[in-house]
Design a protein around this ligand. Structure first.
Ligand SMILES: Cc1ncc(COP(=O)(O)O)c(C=O)c1O
Length: 423
């Protein structure tokens, strides 16, 4: 055997299936560069002074990005932020969550889906996910509702829409609000509507890894003028800086922060928003190709697709069955890395296992009178996905091609063909 031996696993010294890295992301083209340069040349870098007497509502590009984003979703208001975390925080305040309240979230998501409640001195209550789609299980959410529940935060995870009609129905029946976390799923659809338009508001992330990026950035959309008003005030130190109303800066009405986006970010965002349909189409095409290739391999199952919805594959998840594959997931992932295919095992640990919940390390817990629990075993489906079943790849996106996806399939076939030698 030599390093040129293609049949030998790279883990054991054979030639890897792939020796070049996958193409880098994001793709920043001439249009993005020109848009940002125009802002730099203008010298108006944040320009929250739009016109005499109109302060802190955003410069020209911010206004344009908000207008286009609202139009793209058919909603009345889009409020830009410097991250989705900031938008989540503002959303929690704007829908009326009070200190001591509970907010129901899935534990299989990014940390700030849950910590946004703690930011308002409210407490996250974790409800399990659906085994097939990995999103908040409406039945589990219903079981978690108490007299303290004020809001539900379904997450359209990995780009797959949550069971949003069931979540919204539940919320309406029980008199609680819905904040859709669309950070990973801009332009994913349920029926003919884009995610973010079903709940009381929806939030989006434009951080570097996301499907459209502004470097860092976020957006909140809503049809509710009161949610839009409060979100704008949270964005701006709790001052009365609200579209269409007389500005009143230097007077703080309630606690707010500086969550404002810059003009450079907005300029980038306008171009990226225009490219989003094409960027999503590439993800879907590559994901479909990958699903076809992986479907016949032992122990791997491509992602289930919710009928009537469009997944946009922020990442591509598949499930791993250790018995059928013939080796532990960790060994599969290690062998694939040696073949030049980077994969993630499990996504994030169930959020309730983090020290902040285990140690009740947030001010919110000092005054909390409910009985939220964070014990291991709380959400068994999430724990199973994290510990044993879910595998992710983030490389099925532009500018990668079908040939790049074929390398993933070839490496998986090679590794699984010798799975008995692993573990
Ligand atoms: C589901 C989800 N929610 C919220 C966020 C927070 O986004 P941001 O990094 O823009 O604050 C992320 C980002 O990773 C996310 O994936």
């Amino acid at each position: 055997m030599s390093i040129h031996d293609k049949d030998e696993l790279a883990l054991f010294g054979g030639a890897p299936v792939r020796s070049v890295p996958f193409p880098p992301h994001p793709v920043i083209g001439d249009a993005e560069k020109q848009a940002v340069m125009e802002v730099l040349d203008s010298g108006r870098l944040s320009s929250f002074i739009a016109a005499p007497g109109v302060f802190f509502l955003g410069g020209e590009r911010i206004k344009e990005l908000e207008r286009r984003f609202a139009e793209a979703h058919g909603v009345a208001h889009a409020v830009s932020f410097n991250s989705a975390t900031a938008a989540l925080h503002a959303a929690v305040v704007a829908v009326g969550v009070q200190p001591g309240d509970e907010v129901i979230v899935p534990p299989y998501t990014f940390t700030s889906t849950a910590t946004c409640a703690l930011m308002q001195n409210a407490v996250p209550v974790f409800a399990d996910i659906e085994a097939d789609y990995y999103c908040l299980d409406p039945a589990a959410a219903e079981a978690a509702i108490t007299g303290l529940t004020r809001a539900l935060v379904p997450v359209h995870l990995f780009g797959q829409p949550a069971d949003i009609h069931a979540v919204v129905d539940l919320a309406r029946r029980r008199g609680v609000k819905v904040i859709e976390d669309c950070a990973q799923a801009p332009f994913a659809t349920v029926g003919d509507r884009r995610v973010g338009t079903f709940g009381d508001c929806g939030i989006f992330s434009f951080t570097e890894s996301k499907t459209m990026t502004t470097g860092e950035g976020g957006m909140l959309i809503t049809d509710d003028p009161e949610i839009a008003r409060i979100a704008q005030m949270v964005r701006n130190h709790g001052e009365m800086i609200v579209e269409g109303q007389k500005s009143r800066s230097y007077r703080t009405d309630f606690l707010g922060w500086n969550y404002r986006m810059t003009e450079m970010e907005a300029a980038l965002g306008i171009v990226q928003l225009g490219r989003l349909p094409e960027l999503n189409e590439t993800r879907v095409r590559l994901a479909d190709h990958l699903s076809k290739g992986l479907a016949d391999l032992p122990g791997l199952a491509p992602p289930a697709l919710r009928p009537g919805s469009q997944h946009v594959y922020y990442v591509y998840p598949f499930t791993f069955d250790e018995d059928a594959a013939g080796c532990p997931r960790a060994d599969f992932v290690r062998a694939m890395a040696a073949e030049g295919i980077p994969l993630g095992a499990g996504y994030v640990a169930p959020l309730y296992m983090s020290p902040i919940y285990q140690d009740r390390a947030a001010a919110a817990f000092r005054h909390y009178e409910g009985s939220a629990r964070y014990d291991k075993g709380l959400c068994p489906v999430t724990e199973r996905m994290y510990e044993r079943e879910v595998v992710l790849t983030g490389v099925a996106r532009a500018p990668a091609t079908e040939a790049d996806m074929d390398d993933i399939v070839a490496a998986a076939a090679k590794v699984l063909g010798q799975a008995h030698r692993l573990g």
